[in-house]
Design a protein around this ligand. Structure first.
Ligand code: G6P
Length: 625
């Protein structure tokens, strides 16, 4: 998982590359580097750690080069050291390559190239590529495009590349094979990047490459080919993203800004998915419009969901909704596990992949496996695939026939917040849509739930208002705490998991999420006065049970923090601290109960002086398995 950028045109490349890398740092920040061509040579500068280290190194070496490539790394093969940082060069230092992905057969290629006299300087899989290209150029120096195309035919794996060579100073070659790459079109200048935020400040005309495509960028234009060398006709399209969407807009961190954007995300989802006409909502037709064809709804007998990380938590809430509202048996799998141990092949199964980025390799691989094993089987076993993603133009969009586009807008903070809420909204809409089609609950009940959803934006706003200072105060007290337990039941069990994950990801505090009733079967042994317990206790089917479970923790001296709308009675007595949330229907409560947990994690991490938006070792989406 890494970010790559490239530039060719009339301006000095370095600053454009650095600005692009800044927007891609969410994809990894173990090291960074850029290579340009100046006065007939490749100039390559790399630095361990975050981009500012590279920036300071570059201050001593300003070149007006008008072509270059850059990279920000999330280490896979080889430690996060400078010698493993991209760009990588061939032995004669004429060819420079940046890569996002993994070259699976790099060992064989490396041995072969070594035996031909190539000298390797890193432990990475990527370094074989410049050597391979140089070897091909040595034999037939026809064009850089051709050499890269030939080199790619030797590579196995999933990758996106950008390549320049001092011997071909007017071309930048880019390749996409199962890892994202977009080309940006300016006036006499062209860009490439792993993701659009890196180029949106310069152009909104973009062309996302498809798998198996290679492009040559020159100051005169862009040519796109397939791997067989046939020229393809492709047109850029206009991006619906403006540069301010990827700025902090006065917030200290992207994560805080994104938490505050959640009411807007719910509003956008309500607008897009639900019919505004209240009478129509009470009719027998589905008041939800997800753009799915009628055939999609026929005969679904069960649902399998694959996802990772926060998306997996959203899927657990989804399971609850799909089973309780639409009455469809649903299983949720870690995508990385499902690929190697899938459920037995069942007929009439809907398979849903949930991934905000649409690029998580584990999720894509699980979906591809499912598609493949169903191919050629009788109709009822054929793959019915649905993707839920914030990036419909992503690799997921290419893989599945149906997409629910979550409407969070671009999320920069590595810890997912608003995209989680957007995924929940997609699941509410899908479960209600299926319920309407199957008539598993009455139109009135569906209309009531939709009415409840319409109140959620202002309930989240109220929560944000009361929670900001409360969570900040609590953060002050818990900044040095080493372990946390989060408890929830029913539809709020996944929220306990998500609260624990947020805290782990950005504050590095050990945290566990548990179904409250399960605590007594093991984790209770961890409890003492040093281990606070956060319990989500919202009125409804499991409220009393959660309160009893919280009592069990209290009896072991744990300090209890209650996420609850209830201020008096037993709740008022047992909780040491309250993070009050508004009273909403239990079924909708995850949309509000997650907010104080996000803020608590945020403030604890900020209090500890940590890099909230770019926590150590993580990347926003992981494009390697
Ligand atoms: C990474 C991120 C997580 C994210 C997970 C799944 O591990 O650090 O925050 O939840 O990937 O990402 P996806 O894009 O598939 O939702």
């Amino acid at each position: 998982m890494c970010g790559i950028v490239g530039y060719i045109g009339t301006q000095a490349a370095t600053e454009i590359l650095l600005a692009g890398l800044e927007k891609l740092e969410y994809r990894g920040y173990d090291s960074a580097g850029i290579a340009t061509i100046w006065e007939g040579d490749v100039q390559c500068v790399r630095a361990k750690g975050k981009l500012h280290n590279l920036r300071s190194k570059l201050e001593q070496l300003e070149t007006p080069a008008q072509i270059g490539i850059g990279h920000t790394r999330w280490a896979t093969h080889g430690k996060p050291e400078e010698y493993n940082a991209h760009p990588h060069l061939d032995t004669a230092m004429r060819v420079a390559v940046v890569q996002n992905g993994i070259i699976e057969n790099y060992r064989e290629l490396r041995e072969d190239l070594k035996s031909k006299g190539h000298q390797f300087r890193s432990e990475t899989d990527t370094e074989v590529i410049p050597h391979l290209i140089a070897e091909i150029i040595k034999k037939s120096p026809s064009s850089l495009l051709d050499a890269v195309r030939q080199a790619v035919s030797h590579l196995e794996g999933a990758f996106a590349l950008a390549v320049i060579s001092a011997d071909y100073p007017d071309e930048l070659i880019v390749v996409r094979q199962q890892a994202p790459l977009v080309i940006g079109f300016g006036q006499g200048e062209f860009f490439c990047a792993s993701d659009t935020p890196a180029i949106v400040a310069y152009t909104r005309a973009v062309l996302p490459l498809d798998n198996g495509e290679i492009a040559r960028l020159t100051p005169l234009g862009v040519e796109v080919y397939n791997f067989a060398g046939d020229r393809l006709k492709k047109q850029p399209r206009l991006l619906n993203l403006n540069p301010t969407m990827v700025e902090k807009q006065g917030f200290k961190h992207f994560m805080l800004k994104e938490i505050y954007e959640q009411p807007g995300v719910v509003r956008a989802s309500l607008e897009a998915y639900f019919n505004n006409d209240a009478n129509a909502a009470r009719s027998s037709q589905s008041p939800i419009n997800l753009g799915l064809p009628e055939s999609f709804y026929a005969d679904i007998e069960q649902i399998q969901i694959v996802a990772c990380g926060t998306s997996w938590h959203a899927a657990l809430v989804g399971k609850y909704l799909l089973e309780q509202l639409a009455g469809i048996s649903t299983q949720v799998h870690y995508a990385s596990e499902y690929r190697y141990a899938p459920s037995p092949l069942m007929a009439n199964t809907l398979i849903i992949g949930v991934t905000q980025s649409g690029e998580t390799a584990d999720t894509l691989a699980a979906l591809a496996m499912e598609k493949e094993r169903r191919q050629g089987k009788e109709a009822k076993y054929q793959a019915r695939l649905l993707g839920i993603t914030n990036r419909p133009e992503s690799s997921l969009g290419h893989l599945v026939p149906h997409i629910i586009n979550t409407l969070a807008g671009i999320e920069i903070g590595v810890a997912a917040t608003k995209t989680f809420v957007a995924q929940l909204m997609a699941f509410y809409a899908l479960a209600l849509d299926l319920a309407a089609h199957r008539q598993s609950i009455s139109p009135d009940k569906i209309a009531d739930i939709i009415e409840g959803l319409r109140q959620i934006p202002k309930e989240i706003e109220a929560t944000l208002e009361t929670q900001e200072s409360l969570t900040e105060q609590l953060a002050h007290q818990f900044a040095e705490t080493q372990d946390f337990i989060f408890l929830g039941r029913g539809i709020n069990f996944p929220i306990a998991l998500e609260g624990a994950l947020k805290l782990k990801e950005i504050s590095y505090i050990h945290a566990e999420g548990y179904p409250a009733g399960e605590m007594k079967h093991g984790p209770i042994a961890l409890l003492d006065a040093k281990v606070p317990v956060v319990a989500i206790a919202v009125p409804g089917s499991v409220y009393e049970k959660v309160i009893s479970n919280a009592q069990e923790a209290k009896a072991r001296d744990s300090r209890l923090i209650g996420v609850t709308p209830v201020k008096d009675g037993e709740a008022g007595e047992i909780f040491n601290d309250l993070l009050p949330v508004p009273t909403v229907d239990e079924l909708l409560s995850p949309l509000v109960s997650v907010v104080p947990l996000q803020l608590l994690a945020y403030h604890i991490a900020a209090r500890r002086g940590l890099d909230v938006d770019q926590p150590r070792n993580l990347a926003k989406s992981v494009t390697v398995e």
